[in-house]
Design a protein around this ligand. Structure first.
Ligand code: CA
Length: 219
């Protein structure tokens, strides 16, 4: 899943981006509040990690503006250990969760996964559609209990379709979910991933909706 990281500290930002990538997130990193606001307005992100002390526009102002625009992207705020009033204000302004600096990467990853899950109305940490089970934390997929090995993008695509089971995702939405900035996306990349998933799982698992995109029907 693709997330936006807004952090102006170059060392912390670089470390978080690298760490979150290792956990399987696609990460776009911005270093000021205006860029964060602009990118989040495109609505291409599963979630955002937002530092509050940002140049050009304060993180709290970014949050307020997002919620005023009715953008519901889950936002996790980074706060200092002693900044309790900031945390309370952040939650009141529409933050969904917070993590205290210094950041524990695995906690951050787990909280992000939980936020995205809840935003899609999924109560359990393992997604299930028919006999296919997907665990975002371990990045394991099982069909009828048997482990299926998927490439990174194949996993990410299946994850997106399962989170949105019963809804149609356009090719553009899928591309936005799969690729962070700086990736050359081949025009038929999504088709190729779908083809592989159908071969590795079941031919009829993912349905093509002509001229629109793809859907994974709920059982
Ligand atoms: Ca800062």
């Amino acid at each position: 899943m693709r997330i936006l990281l807004a952090e102006d500290d170059p060392i912390l930002g670089d470390g978080l981006r690298a760490g979150l990538r290792q956990l399987g997130f696609q990460v776009d990193w911005v270093r000021d509040g205006l860029a964060a606001e602009r990118e989040l307005s495109t609505d291409a992100y599963a979630a955002a990690v937002l530092d509050l002390g940002l140049p050009l526009k304060d993180g709290m102002e970014v949050l307020k503006s997002l919620r005023t625009q009715k953008l519901s992207t889950p936002v996790l705020v980074l706060t200092a250990r002693d900044a309790v009033p900031d945390r309370i204000l952040g939650l009141d302004q529409g933050a969904d969760d917070y993590v205290i600096k210094p950041v524990d990467l695995h906690e951050l990853g787990a909280r992000l996964r939980a936020l995205v899950r809840r935003a899609h109305g999924q109560p359990l940490d393992t997604l299930q559609v028919g006999d296919v089970e997907l665990c975002p934390a371990t990045r394991e997929v099982r069909q009828a209990g048997v482990l299926v090995t998927l490439a990174t993008r194949e996993f990410d695509l299946l994850h997106a379709l399962m989170l949105n089971a019963g809804r149609v995702m356009s090719r553009e939405q899928i591309e936005q979910h799969l690729y962070s900035w700086g990736h050359e996306v081949e025009s038929n990349a999504v088709e190729v991933h779908v083809h592989h998933l159908r071969r590795k799982l079941r031919a009829d698992l993912i349905q093509t909706v002509r001229g629109i995109g793809y859907t994974l029907p709920k059982d």
